[in-house]
Design a protein around this ligand. Structure first.
Ligand code: CP
Ligand code: NVA
Length: 311
């Protein structure tokens, strides 16, 4: 294969222009949602899960099917990968059967290792380090609601988790300002942001919320961290009082699943400022555009020509 394989693993290693093109395509696909183009006809996606999922599974499965492709879903424990088979052999075998792989697993390095041995695109559907598909849907939602994301102030409250880290990676790509309000003991080294003056971090939730265009939070306890104390996060709960510090048009976002009454109150979720269901729906449109990007030049798929079969 001569083309570069288009993985979608780390948002910071994909050019800004490419990410913006994927988003343009997502908006277009949403407009045409009742007449989806059959651009993935005959292609197959393996979906590997080592963690729970509702939105990611739904959006990838429906995206593939609406664009003419199909999917096979496997949990890691059902695969030989969960036993003694190496990541390398798994990657090489998957590459002979399907056209792309989507994987949700804690270990980010395993995803990169899978990609390094794979001749088909690998898509990161959440690791402990990042959740790039989610952030693409979030940016799409901000563009829909506020016109554009460039120059907007996004404020994050709570854990410095996979979703927060991906907002950090995406900030220089999309030109937004990001204020992270994180408990002191969970903050990463400030050195991480020294080359990104548009990213600020502190432990003062009120300061982060001030004049924000977008207020964002996520669960305080990510998958795999069950048993962690939530006491430290209490000052970071998104309440109507916190929302009132943001700009009057500010929207509230959460990747879901939500722990109502913990990281955000029902009062916030029940206002028009909350755009969580549009954000969830946009996973579908973004997934289609990400799949189209990954598979566009893969060169692995040859449509069968019925005239050759008959002749
Ligand atoms: N936001 C998100 O990834 O949801 P799921 O865990 O339900 O896939
Ligand atoms: N940070 C959350 C996101 C879930 C979509 C988790 O990893 O559980």
């Amino acid at each position: 294969m001569t083309n570069t394989i288009r993985h979608f693993i780390n948002i910071n290693s994909i050019p800004a222009e490419t990410l913006q093109d994927i988003l343009k395509h997502s908006h277009q696909l949403k407009k045409n949602k009742f007449t989806p183009p059959q651009i993935l006809e005959g292609l197959s996606l393996a979906m590997i899960f080592d963690k729970r999922s509702t939105r990611t599974r739904l959006s990838f499965e429906i995206a593939m099917k609406q664009l003419g492709g199909h999917t096979i879903v496997m949990t890691k424990d059902e695969m030989q990968l969960g036993g003694s088979e190496s990541v390398e052999d798994t990657a090489k075998v998957l590459s002979r059967f399907v056209d792309a792989v989507m994987i949700r697993i804690s270990d980010h390095k395993l995803v990169e290792e899978l990609a390094s041995h794979s001749s088909i695109p690998i898509i990161n559907a959440l690791t402990n380090d990042s959740h790039p598909c989610q952030i693409m849907a979030d940016i799409m939602t901000i563009e829909e609601k506020l016109g554009s994301v460039e120059g907007k102030k996004l404020a994050w409250f709570g854990d410095y988790n996979n979703v927060a880290k991906t907002f950090v990676q995406a900030a220089p790509k999309f030109g937004y300002e990001l204020s992270l309000a994180i408990p002191q003991d969970l903050q990463p080294s400030a050195d991480l942001f020294k080359n990104n003056p548009q990213i600020t971090m502190g432990s003062d939730a009120q300061l982060a919320a001030k004049d924000a265009d977008v207020i964002i939070t996520d669960t305080w306890v990510s998958m795999g961290q069950e048993g962690k104390s939530i006491e430290t996060f209490l000052p970071y709960r998104v309440t109507p009082e916190l929302m009132a510090l943001a700009k009057p048009h500010a929207i509230f976002m959460h990747c879901m699943p939500i722990h109502r009454g913990e990281e955000v109150t029902d009062e916030v979720l029940n206002t028009p400022a909350s755009v969580i269901y549009d954000e969830a729906e946009n996973r579908l449109h973004v997934q289609k555009a990400i799949l189209a990007y990954c598979l566009e030049n893969s060169g692995v798929h040859i449509h069968s020509n019925p005239s050759i079969l008959i002749g």
